[in-house]
Design a protein around this ligand. Structure first.
Ligand SMILES: *Cc1c(COP(=O)(O)O)cnc(C)c1O
Length: 350
């Protein structure tokens, strides 16, 4: 703490991202990155941007990328917002849509950035416990609120809430924004973007970090009613006019255009997930049903923190959360087949 700080800074509790170790040879299954590289067309598009044009500012509206997203989802340009990672898009949504008198609702087990943004923007929140099976129960959200946010599939559980249940939430809360954080939707869910024309209170966010393998590029997006998008644009244009650089706009747009590569690599991850689940179950693990590129698993007789430490000694890193309700779980990202096998082998030896 320093006398130079604005007073509220001393009370901030920042988000702690998963470790990015310097050692390259580790089997890194801790931050849900994609084991397959980005689309070769995205790489080529980014390389083509590395020239004299970098002396110029990028398009502040990133229209090339918004158009690619609009084409992909068959929505209009004014229904699309893009930002520097979906974390930034989420931050703008908290700032621009969730600062109300009534509390923001989100599940007790969900993305740990949500309480951080509440702290940053002074938003009151109420956490709603997942049910015994770690599922979101829609009825539990029938209470006064100034907004609802949840990841779908949920993180770190991997569990999917059916689109019909999402729609039930939208219908029951016409006076508040329901934000569906679809960071992992491409690994087994149906996107709620299909509902944006029907529900002006729906905002869907997605990221290119997971299914499009561009975590290092930092690109995320939101789709929703133009009025919601305008709130995000107002915040963005009061904060940073150019959150996406020229390389990011070109690479992200090309990644959206390359459907074939995207669909093929997602399918490979899904197949690897199913193999990994069977392998974990054979070792005695209970694995929650996952529609994401990670699984959430616990062993009935082995302490999760001890297992995570043992894995680490063998060069495999997974994520362990200390939060009481999930302290016996490991969150394991799905890697390439040989990485998943290395994980299973290491667990077998433990
Ligand atoms: C990874 C993740 C994000 C953030 O993605 P970025 O675009 O890399 O900032 C948002 N929400 C959830 C639930 C995530 O797991």
């Amino acid at each position: 703490m320093s006398k130079f700080w604005s007073p509220f800074v001393k009370d901030l509790v920042p988000y702690v991202p998963g470790e990015q170790p310097k050692l390259a040879k580790l089997v890194k299954l801790n931050t849900n990155e994609n084991p397959y590289g980005p689309s070769p067309k995205a790489i080529a598009a980014m390389q083509a941007e590395l020239n004299d044009s970098l002396r110029l500012y990028p398009d502040p509206n990133a229209e090339r990328l918004k158009q690619a997203v609009a084409d992909y989802y068959a929505v209009r340009l004014d229904q699309v917002f893009v930002g520097n990672g979906s974390d930034e898009v989420l931050a703008h949504a908290f700032h621009g849509l969730f600062q109300h008198d009534k509390p923001l609702l989100f599940p007790d087990i969900s993305y740990s950035f949500y309480p951080v943004y509440c702290g940053l923007y002074g938003i009151r929140s109420e956490v709603i416990a997942l049910d015994e099976q770690f599922q979101i129960r829609v009825e539990d959200y029938a209470r006064p609120n100034g907004g609802i946010i949840f990841p779908n599939p949920n993180a770190p559980t991997g569990c999917l809430l059916a689109l019909e249940a999402v729609e039930q939430l939208l219908k029951a809360n016409p006076d508040s924004v329901v934000l569906v954080d679809e960071a992992y939707i491409d690994f087994g869910g149906a996107t709620a973007i299909s509902l944006v024309d029907q529900y002006p209170n729906l905002l869907v966010t997605q990221t290119l970090s997971k299914s499009r393998s561009l975590a290092g590029l930092r690109v995320g997006l939101a789709v929703g009613h133009p009025d919601l998008i305008e709130a995000l644009e107002r915040i963005k244009n009061s904060f940073n006019s150019y959150p996406l650089d020229r390389v990011a706009i070109a690479g992200a747009a090309a990644a959206f255009d390359d459907r074939e590569y995207f669909e093929r690599t997602c399918q490979q991850v899904i197949e690897s997930r199913e193999v990994t689940v069977v392998g974990l179950q054979a070792l005695g693990f209970e694995v929650l049903p996952s529609a994401a590129n990670f699984v959430f698993a616990r062993h009935p007789h082995k302490d999760a923190a001890t297992l995570a430490a043992g894995l680490r000694e063998q060069g495999v890193i997974v994520r362990h959360f200390k939060q009481a309700r999930i302290a016996q779980f490991l969150r394991i990202s799905i890697g390439a087949p040989e990485q998943n096998q290395a994980l299973l082998d290491a667990l077998a030896s433990l």
